[in-house]
Design a binder for this molecule. Structure first.
Ligand code: F6R
Length: 620
């Protein structure tokens, strides 16, 4: 392998290690889980509500377990619980006076989601919370065991606590210990520490895992991202890799390699986190209902030239990258750009893209799509693309997020804070951006989109239809979504929505592909959701619908008025009103989102926080 190395690249903040002819290797970006920390001058204040509040805002990063550590009459108390943050909340006395504390919410990667494995962990004089993975923790554990350290969990975090404690005992200086830790621990970590010997400050270390310091008068914060602390302050410091810091209530010192460094205090200009269901039963339902307004605002603002979109026609090659729903939005973008702008587009799953052979150069445009702007694979794809000299454009929802900061140009989807883990409104805003990009300033066509919000609302209102279909689907074990071309891309998103929130298995298939194998799974009563918006291929899809009907499938047909599909080959039917053809994906997705929602509700699933998921997937 080494013989094939052709260059060493130090372009992007030490992350890009080696460029080979085949691909670029990145240090892992591991930033799942959430960290919060707080220190105040007020001795009589309790930090617990502040830690809890921050953790709730970070819960999108994982909700397998949560814990806090805080100073309680000169000793550090640790309280932690498995399960969501409400479990932790029940175990906490919010009245305890304390001026300093740290907290953590976990998405289990190594070790089960048990109370023992949850953070904070304590060893010697160090109590820590940690995001990331210490890759050489087994060697370090072995060494530390020989130095008489013992461990009660299986985590790398407990080893990190022991190593910091050991290095502190050796040097007698916490800051030196932190610098030594960075030299000895391999991998990615953001760590917050309370040391028994210093009750007036927190310590932090950061490498390849984000950590910011929130700055305020006589109180300071640490957090995995800025929105977690926005209620308290919009001033923040971004720590760079290998930085370590001591954070007092009224003073912050940041160090790199034993030298105190100057830092910049930034002003956050994005949205505050709004965590309020506003009367809806679930955030997901609220967010589905917000879609017409979001789409209306974006169209209006675009027509008023309040934001402009870049000219993408000047590139020889366009590659769209994203994960999950963002990838599905990208697939819609591919169809639209190819059809309207005559440019070939490839759409890639970011986790694959980052490790495959790439053919990028300065004439390539890489469009990275991400709601959170923190998805590790998509972020890595952007960094690799930049290293290959491609131009990068982000379509991002969360302002000033990692991807938004990393790309050359960014378009914000302005969908507002999305709380439900399953994306709805951010996905629709991504799709709208692709519609606008592909219509390339064709004002007469764009004006035709003005009726879209109203039609979306009309579909949202057809709730009884969705409830009826949901009560039929809710007891099924498998179902299929079929469609051709752009409808196939929408089918993928519909299928994902149903799987992730209702836990019913489903597959999206290109209608014409079903007969090449999978049709063997169709039997009496198998639900098939067939999507037909494009009149030019409606008849073709109809043939495929007939094929499954002939095998006694039950068909839920979602069809555009326009496609004129005259057929009785369905058991349930939703008709989409006429609109500019590019906009059908935004109508089609409404029944799919709401059917999934109603199915999940009937099955009593945890709709806003489905099992095993997290809102922001920041591990690769
Ligand atoms: C599904 C869903 C995920 C995300 C994916 C990418 O409902 O939300 O599939 O779309 O994890 O996340 P972002 O867009 O934050 O990069």
């Amino acid at each position: 392998m080494l013989s094939r190395l052709v260059a060493v690249n130090t372009l992007t903040k030490n992350k890009i290690k080696i460029i080979t002819k085949e691909c670029i290797y990145l240090e892992k970006e591991i930033i799942m889980c959430g960290i919060i920390g707080y220190v105040t001058k007020e001795k009589t204040k309790t930090v617990i509500p502040i830690l809890l509040d921050g953790l709730k805002k970070l819960e999108y990063r994982g909700y397998d377990s949560a814990g806090v550590a805080f100073l309680n009459e000169n000793k550090v108390d640790i309280i932690k619980e498995s399960g969501p943050i409400v479990n932790l909340e029940k175990s906490l006395n919010k009245e305890i006076e304390s001026n300093i504390g740290i907290g953590h919410t976990r998405w289990a990667t190594h070790g089960k989601a048990t109370k023992e494995n949850s953070h904070p962990h304590r060893c010697g004089k160090m109590t820590i919370v940690h995001n990331g993975i210490i890759e050489n923790y087994l060697q370090l554990k072995d060494f530390l065991q020989k130095e008489n350290y013992s461990f009660i969990s299986d985590t790398d975090t407990e080893v990190a606590a022991a190593l910091i404690d050991y290095l502190y005992e050796e040097s007698g200086n916490v800051l030196d210990a932190l610098n030594d830790f960075i030299k000895k621990a391999k991998g990615a970590y953001a760590i917050a520490i309370i040391c028994d010997d210093f009750h007036d400050r927190l310590f932090v270390i950061k490498k390849a895992s984000p950590l910011i310091i929130g700055v305020n008068e006589n109180e300071n914060f640490i957090a995995s991202d800025v929105p977690a602390i926005l209620d308290k302050t919009n001033k923040y410091i971004i720590l760079e890799d290998k930085d370590y810091a001591e954070i007092y209530a009224d003073k912050i010192n940041v160090y790199r390699d034993k030298k105190k460094i100057k830092y910049k205090i930034n002003d956050f200009k994005g949205d505050k986190l709004l965590i309020d269901k506003q009367g809806y039963e679930h955030f997901m339902l609220k967010e589905i209902h917000e879609q017409p307004d979001i789409i209306k605002n974006l169209i209006d603002r675009y027509l008023k030239k309040e934001f402009i979109l870049p000219d993408i026609t000047k590139y020889q090659k366009i590659i769209v990258v994203g994960c999950g729903s963002a990838y599905h939005a990208g697939l819609i973008g591919k169809y639209l750009i190819e059809k309207n702008l005559n440019i070939e587009v490839s759409c890639e799953i970011a986790s694959e893209f980052r490790y495959k052979k790439l053919f990028l150069d300065k004439d390539s445009l890489v469009i990275a799509i991400s709601q959170s702007g923190e998805t590790a694979d998509t972020l890595a794809a952007v960094k690799i693309s930049k290293a290959c000299k491609a131009h990068t454009l982000g379509i991002v929802n969360v302002k000033e997020s990692s991807i938004a900061r990393e790309v050359d140009d960014v378009i914000y989807t302005e969908a507002g804070t999305e709380i439900a883990v399953a994306t709805t409104k951010a996905y629709s805003a991504q799709v709208l951006m692709f519609i606008l990009l592909s219509l390339e300033k064709n004002v007469s066509k764009i004006k035709k989109l003005k009726s879209l919000p109203l039609l979306m609302q009309k579909l949202i209102n057809q709730v009884d239809d969705y409830k009826r279909i949901a009560s039929y689907i809710q007891e099924k074990e498998h179902l299929f979504f079929i469609g051709r071309l752009i409808d196939y891309a929408v089918a993928m998103e519909g299928s994902l929505k149903l799987k992730e929130i209702s836990y019913i298995h489903s597959e999206a298939y290109a209608s014409g592909e079903l007969k090449h194998g999978t049709i063997s799974l169709i039997e009496k009563g198998t639900p098939v959701v067939a999507l037909v918006s494009d009149k030019s291929i409606a008849e073709k899809t109809l043939s495929n619908i007939k094929e499954v009907k002939a095998r006694d499938a039950n068909v839920v047909l979602i069809v555009s008025e326009e496609s004129n599909l005259i057929s009785d080959c369905y058991d349930y039917k939703i008709v989409l009103p006429s609109i500019l053809e590019e906009a059908y994906p935004l109508l089609m997705i409404i029944p799919l989102q709401l059917i999934s929602y109603e199915v999940a509700k009937l099955r009593k699933c945890s709709i806003d926080k489905p099992k095993n998921l997290a809102k922001s997937v920041t591990v690769e």
